[in-house]
Design a protein around this ligand. Structure first.
Ligand SMILES: Cc1cc2nc3c(=O)[nH]c(=O)nc-3n(C[C@H](O)[C@H](O)[C@H](O)COP(=O)(O)OP(=O)(O)OC[C@H]3O[C@@H](n4cnc5c(N)ncnc54)[C@H](O)[C@@H]3O)c2cc1C
Length: 246
């Protein structure tokens, strides 16, 4: 099928944490429908290089699928990174962004028949936010879902209020935030000092066939988690799926 390219203006930008921006794109009413599934990503063609591969960058969609509604992205600044320097220092409300998609197979199955453990760091939370709020909207499965989210400090945590609100409303959803750069153990029951790896290793030490782990983020976290889950802990290959950001 030929690729459809879209051009949409940035309609809103918010700072989500010291290094992360939320950026909303809104397609004009006469544009082709951008029909995505929660967990998928789009690929931007940015004016940052001559060659296609220099210019293209993918971003997971953080908002839930709602045809006709703005698409939210959540992007971390990488100092010296071509795309994020552009997105943080040149893009403003009104800038037109060219993108294609949706792409990606990091989506939930039609029927969820395993408990899900979602593990991410930083902006790796984007596809999980889309999935969780899509499930919240469409009807929660008869299964437990646990989001384990790692960041450095409390102010780096993205969407914490939303996940806490979801956990308060949805008894089958649990939110654990691990903070690696804090001095003391936090007093809130949903927070712990350390890295995501400690959280799932403690909680899911006994291998269960009815569990699926979904991972999203950068190589260092994903490589360690895959090794821990498959080799150290003994989970089966098909119980671990991931989306690698780079
Ligand atoms: C499917 C997919 C979805 C993605 N979704 C998102 C998203 O929702 N939000 C988002 O912020 N990024 C996302 N990314 C990463 C994004 O595509 C870019 O790679 C990122 O924005 C850096 O681009 P850059 O041009 O600024 O840096 P580059 O110059 O391309 O990056 C330099 C190097 O740094 C590495 N790198 C970049 N950022 C980090 C980081 N935070 N931690 C560790 N290493 C890093 C890259 O892998 C690369 O090797 C996604 C990537 C993929 C493949």
């Amino acid at each position: 099928m030929p690729t459809t390219w879209y051009t949409a203006p940035v309609t809103r930008i918010e700072s989500a944490s010291p290094r992360v921006r939320r950026i909303w794109l809104e397609l004009p009413a006469d544009a082709p429908v951008f029909d995505f599934q929660a967990g998928q990503f789009l690929t931007m063609d940015l004016p940052i290089g001559e060659k296609r591969l220099q210019r293209w960058r993918s971003y997971s969609i953080a908002s839930r699928p709602q045809p006709g509604q703005p698409i939210e992205l959540c992007i971390v600044h990488m100092p010296g990174g071509l795309a994020t320097e552009y997105l943080f220092h040149q893009v403003e409300v009104g800038t037109l962004i060219k993108f294609k998609g949706p792409d990606g197979a990091f989506v939930l199955p039609q029927r969820i028949d395993q408990d899900l453990v979602m593990i991410c760091t930083g902006t790796g939370v984007a596809p999980f936010r889309s999935m969780l709020f899509d499930l919240d909207h469409r009807g929660w499965p008869d299964r437990d879902i646990h989001l384990i989210y790692g960041s450095r400090t409390r102010e780096d945590l993205l969407y914490a209020d939303e996940f806490l609100d979801l956990a308060a409303r949805q008894p089958r959803f649990r939110y654990t935030a691990t903070l690696s750069r804090i001095e003391n153990d936090p007093s809130e029951p949903w927070m712990m000092k350390g890295y995501v790896h400690q959280a799932y290793k403690e909680e899911y030490a006994h291998v269960r066939p009815d569990l699926k782990f979904l991972l999203c983020g950068w190589t260092n976290m994903i490589d360690s988690a895959v090794e821990n889950l498959l080799i150290e802990m003994g989970y089966a290959r098909d119980q671990v799926v991931y989306e690698l950001y780079g």
